[in-house]
Design a protein around this ligand. Structure first.
Ligand SMILES: *Cc1c(COP(=O)(O)O)cnc(C)c1O
Length: 481
């Protein structure tokens, strides 16, 4: 592919952009239970205008754009208050939950290295329900994740397991509020006690719930304490591009005080160009996401957020109740927010996902892990709330239909064929063979996902990761001429 020889008109370019959308998930329909956090057309319009108006500003250097520094400090101030932080709490605006988490891990690693010269490979104790971003952080930062089991009935972190995972190399404990997969809040107060007893840092992953849970508490729900009011909590990540309905590229990482945040920052005078002062991973970065997040916070305000929280809370409750009444399905644990995992002992949930997709509903698969069953996942945003009853009716029908479909054969075949394969020597041929078994001949995105999900679910974790890596490595390629 080449850069077009001659420039085109604005109209022609924009028309082409729209054409490219044809096969995208139709999230505006309200039938997508994931990926989007739809705070309504008005909030979206404000975000877009603010984003565009600061699109070209560069947050590379806070000294030349006082506006951006002010947005950031005000957002961090609002976030700190929202999470019961005192005046000592500091933080930064980042591009998303993953960046916030990587920074929290980096700060913990470097602080502990400075404090303990004999530290070995720095370890993060992560309940198995903790977000994959911590694994990514550990991989990037040369750290090690030490997994801790969760309670198989509630899916909450097991405090005894966290305690017994401690080692002289532990630099960070982690809890989720709530976990993405099952939507339950870990016992933050108890883990905070472990952190204090052992003088360790403790990060609360409030990426998805940090913003919303305080509104659930205001609505009268029994939200367990999870923020800076809990002794022992030293940092919290909270995404604004989730339930604060900001444009994507918006999260905050907060620390209990400056001495902890100091290890996050990067400065360099070791080259011939401008001196670098980077608070986050990115260097040159658009002011758009920052301005958009600030604008949406102003536009919706406490009353706006409370009303949206009421809508998603009521819809989530109704979904849990409705799903439990469907013969063949059950909700895993007791979801405390807007994230619902649904499993079955009688049928393949992967078939349910495909059948629902034929009816234009989009729900995410979650694979079995560490003895916890595979399931499908619902993430409820305000855009979904009008669709709940229709969704439940279709889900019931698709579930009954899924009972008649064959499942498990693929998993058995895969287990037999690939159980002994060493992930590190996975050849292109074996990989193609696997795809072939799933009925996928090329590297395009398949329509029906049940077979591929079943394969991934049956494969040993490392082999599944390897397979996904190969797939992605093929998916992103130059278009044929
Ligand atoms: C979304 C999420 C993350 C990662 O955030 P991104 O914004 O996708 O990078 C981390 N933890 C939890 C609990 C999340 O829900």
């Amino acid at each position: 592919m080449r850069i077009p020889e001659h420039g085109a008109s604005e109209e022609a370019v924009l028309k082409q952009l729209e054409e490219y959308r044809a096969n995208d998930v139709p999230w505006r329909s309200g039938r997508t239970f994931g990926y989007v956090y739809d705070g309504g057309r008005e909030a979206e319009a404000v975000a877009k205008k603010a984003y565009m108006s600061f699109l070209s500003e560069n947050a590379l250097d806070p000294t030349v754009y006082p506006s951006l520094l002010r947005f950031e400090n005000e957002i961090v101030g609002m976030a700190a208050r929202h999470l019961n932080g005192d005046a000592d709490v500091v933080g930064n605006f980042t591009s998303g939950g993953t960046e916030s988490i990587i920074l929290a891990c980096k700060a913990a690693r470097d602080r502990e290295r400075a404090r303990r010269p004999d530290l070995g490979t720095p370890e993060i104790i992560l309940p198995v329900t903790g977000h994959a971003a911590f694994h990514k952080a550990a991989t990037y930062l040369g750290m090690k994740v030490v997994p801790a089991r969760v309670d198989p009935g509630t899916f909450k972190a097991d405090v005894a397991a966290v305690r017994s995972a401690l080692s002289p190399n532990t630099v960070l404990l982690v809890a989720s509020a709530p976990s993405y997969a099952h939507g339950v809040v870990d016992p933050v107060a108890e883990i905070g006690q472990v952190a204090l007893e052992h003088d360790r840092l403790f990060h609360v992953d409030g990426c998805i719930g940090g913003f919303l849970l305080p509104y659930f508490a205001k609505l009268g729900d029994a939200v367990p304490p999870f923020d800076f009011s809990v002794p022992g909590v030293t940092s919290i990540s909270m995404d604004l591009h989730k339930y604060a309905y900001a444009a994507k590229g918006a999260s905050v990482i907060l620390y209990r005080d400056k001495s902890l945040r100091r290890h996050q920052l990067f400065t360099s005078a070791a080259w011939t160009g401008y001196t670098m002062i980077n608070t986050t991973i990115q260097s040159s970065k658009s002011g758009g996401p920052l301005a958009a997040a600030w604008a949406v916070l102003q536009f919706l305000g406490e009353d706006g957020y409370l009303e949206l929280a009421r809508q998603v809370r009521d819809a989530s409750r109704r979904l849990v109740e409705g799903i439990d009444a469907i013969d063949g399905l059950y909700v895993m644990g007791k979801p405390e927010m807007t994230l619902i995992a649904v499993a079955s002992d009688e049928l393949s949930v992967f078939h349910v996902i495909d059948l629902m997709r034929e009816r234009q509903w989009y729900i995410q698969p979650q694979l079995a892990f560490d003895g916890l069953k595979e399931n499908f996942h619902l993430l409820v945003s305000p855009g979904n709330t009008a669709w709940v009853e229709q969704f439940l009716t279709d889900l019931d029908e698709c579930t009954q239909q899924a009972k008649t479909l064959e499942s498990g054969a693929m998993a058995r075949q895969i287990e037999e064929a690939f159980a002994t394969i060493d992930p590190d020597s996975l050849s292109k041929e074996t990989f193609d063979q696997m795809l072939g078994m799933a009925g996928i001949g090329s590297y395009d995105i398949p329509e029906k996902m049940a077979d591929i999900n079943e394969i991934l679910n049956a494969l040993p974790q490392r082999l599944a990761e390897k397979l996904l890596g190969e797939f992605v490595n093929e998916l992103f390629r130059q278009p044929s001429e």
